[in-house]
Design a protein around this ligand. Structure first.
Ligand code: CAA
Length: 380
């Protein structure tokens, strides 16, 4: 077993760290307050190759491995988890599936600009009545005069107002239940397709989340991703990898909280000395560090399995389940160490808590991850 990160992976990690400190940190607090989408930062991430990190250079991606992607996601999310989710959705939920299952036409026309970071993608599976129970798709698509006509509504869509291309799951044959779901690539501006207002969220406020509506929205056959009836399979397999991205985002939040707590403990004085000298604080910092390390190891394990062509479904779910829990716990402890200062917006630790909570909800709640893990364990 080799725990060593390669020179190339270290370089990616360092690039992400420097980018986060110089380009992301200065505006993070303000963007969070104003719920402002970081358009220029996303553009620069694209120029760095971070919006299509694992896409092969043949399709204008950076051709990197999942371990490098995880390391970059951690560095960026340490500073701003909103950037983490924007990047994760484009990389894991959109580019990955298009490269694996998209037609030549889709790869040429849509994947390439997405991988270059010139266009942004969104993944539209959730609906008002289909969250965890994702097989219950009410959005429909039927064939008419050589087109597919989509009707319905999607909810909680990350990159919802900013995206250019949307992967939309719709029921094309109700009789076949989840085997009758199909994935369509819908371009922004297609008649009949619109998005709602940005949700006013607790955390990851700089990323935009909204609903989507489809009213007789026509898309051509060539915009079907994979095949008719493969949409649920597409969504599940894409989400398996997506969960590694969210686990990495959660690790970043947890590590950011730990760093902030350490920094504060070394400067804040109480009872005649820096609070870092008190065991009550030391124990908290030690426990946080152990949890962060364990979460990162689980996440990197899932990434390495994926890179090595091994099964990673259970490990990705374990990584997401644990890392998201740890991100909430570490953010809470960081606030506790900061005392009253941790509870106000000027100090960044309260944002870690608000950002952390969603990692236990999106891309499969913690309860869904437990189902996935248990089903895999009980198969044998
Ligand atoms: N990977 C691959 N295939 C899977 C799978 C997985 N993780 N989970 C289920 N499947 C397959 C099953 O093998 C089965 O296939 P067959 O019928 O061909 O045998 C099919 O899917 C149906 O599975 P189940 O019978 O197990 O269905 P279920 O209803 O009991 O459970 C579920 C399905 C696992 C709960 C699934 O609905 C699920 O994962 N729900 C969570 C949805 C989710 O993660 N949503 C996130 C929204 S996207 C988002 O958050 C993005 C963002 O913007 C940040």
């Amino acid at each position: 077993m080799n725990f060593e990160i390669t020179e190339d992976q270290l370089m990616i990690q360092q690039t992400a760290k420097e980018f986060a400190e110089t380009e992301i940190a200065p505006t993070a607090i303000e963007r969070d307050k104003k719920a402002e989408f970081p358009g220029s930062i996303v553009k620069k991430l694209g120029e760095l190759g971070f919006m299509g990190m694992m896409v092969s250079p043949q399709f204008d991606g950076a051709g990197l491995d999942t371990v490098s992607y995880v390391l970059a996601m951690i560095e960026l999310s340490k500073v701003d988890a909103s950037i983490g989710v924007i990047m994760s959705v484009n990389n894991s939920l959109v580019c990955y599936g298009l490269e694996k299952w998209g037609s030549d036409h889709i790869k040429e026309k849509y994947l390439k600009p997405l991988a270059r970071g010139e266009k942004l993608g969104a993944f539209a599976l959730s609906e008002p009545e289909a969250g965890s129970d994702a097989t219950q798709q009410h959005t429909t698509a039927f064939r008419e005069n050589g087109n597919w006509v989509i009707n319905g509504m999607k909810n909680w869509i990350t990159n919802g107002t900013s995206a250019d291309y949307y992967l939309v799951m719709a029921q094309t044959d109700k009789e076949k239940a989840h085997h009758g779901i199909t994935t369509f690539l819908v371009e922004k501006g297609t008649p009949g397709f619109d998005h709602g207002a940005k949700e006013d969220k607790l955390g990851i406020r700089s990323s935009d989340t909204c609903s989507l509506t489809f009213e007789n929205c026509k898309v051509p056959d060539e915009n079907i991703v994979w095949e008719v009836g493969k949409g649920f399979n597409f969504a599940m397999n894409t989400l398996n990898g997506g969960r590694i991205g969210i686990a990495a985002q959660a690790c970043g939040i947890a590590e950011g909280a730990l760093m902030a707590a350490k920094g504060y403990a070394k400067t804040r004085k109480a009872f005649g000395t820096e609070i870092a000298h008190h065991q009550a604080i030391q124990f908290k910092i030690a426990d946080m560090a152990v949890k962060v390390e364990a979460a990162k190891l689980l996440t990197l394990q899932a990434a390495a399995l994926k890179d090595n062509g091994k099964k990673y479904l259970k490990e990705a779910a374990m990584a997401k389940l644990y890392a998201s829990k740890v991100s909430v716990e570490c953010a809470l402890e960081a606030i506790q160490i900061h005392g009253g200062y941790g509870y106000v917006r000027e100090y960044l630790v309260e944002r870690f808590l608000r950002d952390a909570k969603i990692t236990e909800i999106y891309e499969g709640t913690s309860e869904i991850q437990r189902i996935v893990i248990a089903r895999e364990l009980l198969k044998d």
